[in-house]
Design a protein around this ligand. Structure first.
Ligand SMILES: Cc1cc2nc3c(=O)[nH]c(=O)nc-3n(C[C@H](O)[C@H](O)[C@H](O)COP(=O)(O)O)c2cc1C
Length: 186
């Protein structure tokens, strides 16, 4: 009877430690990935959440200190005016980049490129992004996907890069296929 209890207790301890090891290895595999994004209307955020649900990366939403207009046409006008005049908005809060090795950077296409809110912020953080792996992603309505992904690459010259992805309509299957292709999928 005593031997039976000892054997049972040992089996329970072994099962518990196996599950802890599995849990820890899952966490350490995912804890170094950041999914940082700016989203005005929610589509890029939807895609960021798909990336995070696939690879466990931590989500971080970039927000401007001064919000953009909430209606579409006024927003396009304000952004165009800022672009023409070289005006940059600052971000409210930055993530602690030192915690991550791999950083997904997502934006909507704005006037044929990435919003300067993000590119300017990336350029300001050149030192903190040194040696990181940056992976750009974007959502857009019709065109300028490649230019926008490239703008994120250009704004992070001290980092290395993996192939980015852009879409007009994010869906989990396509996101998973891209992540798998670049070696960061399930
Ligand atoms: C200021 C502004 C400029 C835009 N410029 C473009 C553009 O040049 N090309 C394009 O295909 N879509 C453009 N769009 C559409 C957005 O890229 C598209 O709706 C995107 O998916 C929105 O992402 P979000 O919901 O995360 O903000 C623009 C939208 C806004 C608000």
């Amino acid at each position: 009877m005593k031997l039976k209890s000892i054997l049972m207790a040992t089996a329970i301890m072994m099962l518990t430690s196996c599950s802890l090891i599995a849990q820890n290895s899952k966490n350490s595999q995912n804890s170094k990935t950041l999914v940082m994004y700016f989203s005005w209307g929610g589509t890029t955020e939807k895609m960021a959440k798909m990336i995070s649900s696939s690879n466990g990366g931590e989500l971080f939403r970039i927000e401007p200190t001064k919000a953009y207009p909430t209606s579409y046409t006024p927003c396009t006008e304000v952004v165009k005016e800022e672009l023409d005049n070289g005006i940059f908005r600052q971000v409210k809060k930055a993530p602690d980049f030192s915690k991550y090795d791999t950083i997904f950077v997502g934006v909507p296409v704005w006037w044929h490129t990435a919003p300067t809110l993000m590119t300017h912020f990336l350029e300001e953080n050149k030192e903190a992004l040194k040696g990181k792996t940056i992976i750009p992603f974007c959502t857009y309505q019709a065109t300028y996907r490649a230019e926008t992904l490239q703008a994120i690459v250009d704004a992070t010259p001290t980092a290395s890069h993996k192939e980015g992805y852009g879409t007009t309509n994010p869906n989990q299957n396509d996101v998973d296929a891209w992540l798998k292709k670049i070696g960061l999928g399930k």
